[in-house]
Write a protein that binds this ligand. Structure first.
Ligand code: CA
Length: 549
């Protein structure tokens, strides 16, 4: 089941419709020195003594004339009246800012106010101020195009841009435990359900697939997913206990390959992994998803949840260990929409694949996500403490980050129907939002956003692999793993020659987001390949699949 890390989530510990109002600030340690810009533009040294979120403080510093609606609290011995006088005095320091105290509270020692960025910075060092909390979205639900979601994650990934586009996005194939297709969440958009192995042709007795599908493409009020106009193809590969077989997942990929044109499937979501550690050069599931990728289907795979306390774990299992596909880690949004304070969930798998590629490529929010689950599904029944509303519960895991990326990819394809999966991946990566530690690769290059649609000429992150793509005897595109292995193992300079010159020749790759996690410096290092790491190319005869949750 879920990762059980709910208690570690910062700032979103409460559930329900009022969550935004409880978006707690991350305390900034007293004594942090910074250079504050006053309203007159004069720089002076200041010391932050109030609790104010790092993200809010950063935006205030960056935008001194911008306006921020905040709730300001004082220590007990100050009180609202004195605080109001004090804040008003600060605000009148810059009469041009059109800022004001809008309410004095009795229920707390606090006021609400509209302040400029520079005034906010000043107030953060005012001894009469204990806490500054952004009021944004307390009463708001993310809403656009008739869709809404009460959580913060759609704002991180900028889902409302897609919701408001009115465009029918391509179909998303969900390879999972099935989907409860009749739910209002899906509005009749589950247009095909196929069962493999223990999977059923209809329904979702486990619950995981419905949850994933609703994050990708749900439409119910308050729970809209990333691409609520997408049709969904449900490929059920798992039984009611969540178990499944690798062969059935390969069969599902096979079905997508044979039917993607008929159903306009442009995205395939795999929120599961094989349990075997394999090389992508001979893993059958990796080979299958490569065929999908090279046939125009953007494959999105969860990284896995087997990191411990944030330590590097490697990304070991198919299909997330495949260098072509988009591998997704889970971020913690740190209780705020601003991505600048986000970080990788401590269990989100990251590091090198057995073949030496650095994963994940990107992250999306994956901690304490509320989404749909059938009330009679085992996931729902077994975790009544996670139910947030009838038919809805919370879960954490890279399983639930991946469908945010899948929905974003579907949106990109609606805006750029001619984009290849390589271009979708490049646009998502080059526009990704770095988190609080840009030097960390635990979230790849950062969190995805629909802003990727604005990338004019997406660079190709797979360019170094493409020389090894050819056609098989049937004329279908195929990756020549043997040639690649031979070249990569015999040529120490393959990394430098290929990644740096081919992958990063585009000017856009020099952006800050990319340079923080460039493969040319971090991946394909001698440690991962030439140290003699020998990929285990063999799979157990009955390799079980593992939920990525
Ligand atoms: Ca945040």
């Amino acid at each position: 089941m879920g990762s059980g890390h709910r208690q570690q989530q910062l700032g979103t510990g409460n559930h329900g419709k009022t969550r935004r109002g409880l978006a707690a600030s991350m305390a900034v340690a007293a004594g942090l020195a910074l250079v504050a810009l006053t309203g007159s533009g004069t720089a002076r040294a200041s010391t932050v003594t109030a609790d104010v979120s790092a993200g809010l403080l950063k935006r205030a510093i960056a935008n001194p004339t911008g306006q921020f609606t905040v709730i300001i609290q004082s220590p007990d011995d100050v009180g609202s009246t004195a605080l109001s006088t004090d804040v008003s005095s600060t605000l009148t320091d810059d009469a041009t800012a059109a800022t004001q105290v809008t309410a004095d509270y009795s229920v707390i020692h606090g006021v609400s106010a509209v302040v400029s960025g520079s005034q906010l910075v000043d107030l953060a060092s005012d001894p009469k101020v204990s806490t500054i909390t952004e009021d944004a979205r307390v009463q708001l639900t993310s809403t656009a195009g008739g869709f809404s979601n009460d959580q913060m994650w759609p704002d991180v990934s900028n889902a409302p841009r897609n919701w408001g586009s009115g465009d029918r996005t391509p179909a998303i194939a969900v390879v999972d435990s099935g989907v409860a297709a009749g739910r209002a969440d899906f509005g009749g958009r589950v247009v095909k359900q196929v069962g493999f192995g223990h999977g059923s042709w209809s329904g979702d007795s486990y619950g995981h697939g419905t949850f994933v599908a609703s994050i990708a493409a749900g439409e119910s009020a308050g729970y809209a997913g990333q691409a609520p106009q997408s049709r969904i193809i449900s490929l059920d590969v798992l039984g009611s206990d969540g178990s499944g077989r690798l062969k059935d997942v390969v069969a599902a990929a096979d079905w997508i390959y044979r039917n993607h044109t008929a159903y306009n499937i442009k995205v395939a979501n795999f929120s599961l992994t094989s349990s075997a550690t394999t090389s992508f050069t001979n893993d059958p599931l990796d080979t299958a998803v490569e065929r999908l990728w090279l046939s125009g289907v953007t494959v999105v795979a969860a990284a896995g949840n087997y990191a411990t306390d944030g330590a590097e774990s490697g990304v070991l299992h198919a299909p997330g260990n495949d260098p072509f596909v988009i591998t997704v880690g889970a971020s913690d949004i740190n209780g705020s929409v601003d991505a600048g304070d986000d970080f990788a969930a401590p269990w989100s798998a990251w590091g090198y694949t057995p073949d030496g590629f650095l994963k994940p490529d990107v992250c999306a929010p994956g901690r304490v996500i509320d989404a749909a689950a059938p009330s009679n599904s085992s996931m729902y029944v077994n975790h009544p403490e996670r139910v947030v509303d009838s038919g809805y519960m919370w879960m954490s895991g890279t399983s639930f980050a991946a469908p945010i990326v899948s929905g974003t990819a579907a949106y990109l394809m609606s805006q750029h129907p001619d984009w290849t999966p390589d271009q979708v991946k490049g646009a998502l990566m080059v526009s990704a939002q770095p988190g609080q530690d840009p030097s960390s690769t635990a979230c790849g290059v950062g969190e995805v956003s629909t802003a990727a649609a604005d990338v004019a000429d997406p660079p190709n992150p797979n360019a170094a692999l493409n020389p090894f793509v050819g056609t098989d005897s049937h004329g279908a595109p195929v990756f020549d793993a043997a040639s690649w292995s031979s070249e990569a193992s015999s040529n120490d300079a393959w990394d430098a020659a290929s990644w740096s010159s081919a992958s990063w020749s585009s000017a856009s790759w020099s952006s800050a987001s990319w340079s923080s996690a460039s493969w040319s410096s971090a991946s394909w290092s001698s440690a991962s390949w030439s140290s003699g790491t020998s990929p285990d190319g063999t799979l157990p005869a009955n390799a079980d699949l593992t939920w990525v949750r």
